[in-house]
Design a binder for this molecule. Structure first.
Ligand code: G3I
Length: 399
């Protein structure tokens, strides 16, 4: 026990009183102390917290765990470098889609060659981190090497069946969901009722003499891995013409007894998209095909309005926004995604919602149709939650 003098005790008590006053935020019940010339000025107040929000581990996926899985796209490069996006993917999502490693131009760039390395890297990393994998995509005209189209329709069919069987058997038990066909719906939506639908006139359509290749793909997929969920996925299903054509294709498949389990809506949206149009696409599937599942597969919100000319020739495009996203655009993105997610959680046929990338810098929209700084995702380039992420997990967050 250390003896202290009365003076020391008074000093200790004075210090304790001062400490108590500051701990209450400067509020004190005693009379305010008038500082004299010898009293040092009080320290400046601490800066206001930059945010009363912390992106804790698992917050995003756990928010929706009772409604649907939350996924994102990742690449083998991100995982190999264990960059911030890979770490955030592991912390915040429970599903991943290899962004391009599972496509035919990567898996089998030439006939008889199968290169599973990069895709295996992503798949095994996901499984090691208790995540599931969306396989994307067994057939996509934009990622189909030329040799697939050579020969008669029956030769093309045999090659496609062999490819799908080889790939799905390689990943059987590790990939449980596949986009079997991607973007097979007509894009003639701009001609409205005069548009040629429902099938996209791709090289698959031309080389095989019609759209039966879609049936072939689903039949081969079901035979290769009967336990996998099989999807048809496309973009702009939020467009009524395109959704109606997509429904024609799905209806035809079901009428023919072709195995399909769900529709994937990419939902590459714009800042002025109405969430109701996207939710209507979900309802259109559910209202007619009660047994089918809906996935949102590539969600993002473009900060640019791209004219046809910009998409076609890269000219007439809006100028680069630059390094600072407009606050009004961030707010519009947050409002749109809050409305969308509030609708998705009320739709039991929605089993998975996937954004197309982790951080804004990861997005394909920084390079398509031209190279510009874009802000389409939930996390900014520093890996911090944007207003859109806060808006979908907290209804009290003021946008
Ligand atoms: O990372 C490699 C790099 O190492 C290599 O040097 C370089 C040159 O070969 O290629 C790089 O890979 C590129 C990859 O993007 C990087 O992420 C591929 O070439 C390139 O083809 C790939 O583009 C992907 C594109 O699909 C084509 O597969 C985009 O990332 C991906 O976002 C995009 O996603 C599509 C969906 O599958 C379908 N819906 C539309 C969506 C956007 O186009």
């Amino acid at each position: 026990m250390v003896d202290i003098t009365a003076r020391q005790r008074l000093k200790l008590l004075a210090g304790a009183a001062a400490l108590m006053t500051s701990a209450c935020g400067g509020a004190s019940r005693s009379a305010p102390v008038t500082p004299d010339a010898t009293t040092p000025p009080p320290p400046p107040p601490p800066p206001p917290p930059t945010s009363d929000f912390t992106l804790t581990d698992g917050l995003l996926r756990d928010t929706f765990r009772n409604n649907f899985s939350m996924g994102t796209a990742v690449t083998a490069e991100q995982i190999n470098s264990n960059d911030l996006s890979a770490r955030l993917a592991r912390e915040q999502f429970n599903v991943v889609t290899p962004e391009y490693e599972l496509k035919a131009d990567q898996i089998s760039p030439s006939e008889g060659v199968f290169n599973f390395g990069p895709a295996d890297r992503v798949v095994d990393w996901a499984l090691d981190n208790n995540m599931t994998v969306r396989g994307h995509a067994l057939l996509w005209h934009e990622a189909t090497p030329d040799y697939f189209y050579q020969g008669t329709p029956s030769q093309i069919r045999a090659r496609l069946e062999n490819y799908i069987t080889t790939v799905m058997r390689h990943f059987a038990g590790r990939i449980t969901v596949w986009d079997v066909v991607n973007e097979v719906t007509s894009v003639d939506i701009f001609n409205g009722d005069n548009g040629i639908g429902p099938d996209r006139r791709s090289r698959w359509f031309e080389a095989t003499g019609g759209a039966d290749y879609i049936d072939w793909a689903f039949l081969a997929a079901r035979a290769a891995d009967p336990s996998a969920q099989l999807f048809l996925s496309d973009y702009e299903t939020e467009n009524t013409f395109k959704m109606n054509w997509t429904m024609e294709i799905v209806r035809r498949l079901l009428q023919r007894g072709i195995p399909i389990d769900g529709v994937g809506h990419q939902f590459h949206l714009q800042l002025d998209t109405e969430a109701s149009t996207a939710l209507a696409a979900i309802d259109t599937v559910t209202n007619e095909f009660a047994g089918l599942v809906n996935h949102v597969t590539e969600l993002d919100v473009n900060f640019y309005q791209n004219s046809g000319e910009c998409w076609q020739s890269g000219t007439g495009c809006q100028p680069d926004i630059g390094p600072t996203p407009p606050p009004e655009s961030l707010a519009a993105q947050a409002r749109l995604l809050r409305d969308l997610f509030n609708g998705l959680v009320n739709r039991s046929t929605v089993e998975s919602v996937n954004v197309w990338g982790v951080r804004d810098n990861d997005s394909w929209l920084n390079f398509a149709p031209v190279t510009r700084t874009n802000y389409p995702l939930l996390l900014n380039r520093a890996g911090e939650a944007k207003p859109a992420l806060r808006a979908i997990i907290d209804q009290n967050y003021q946008i």
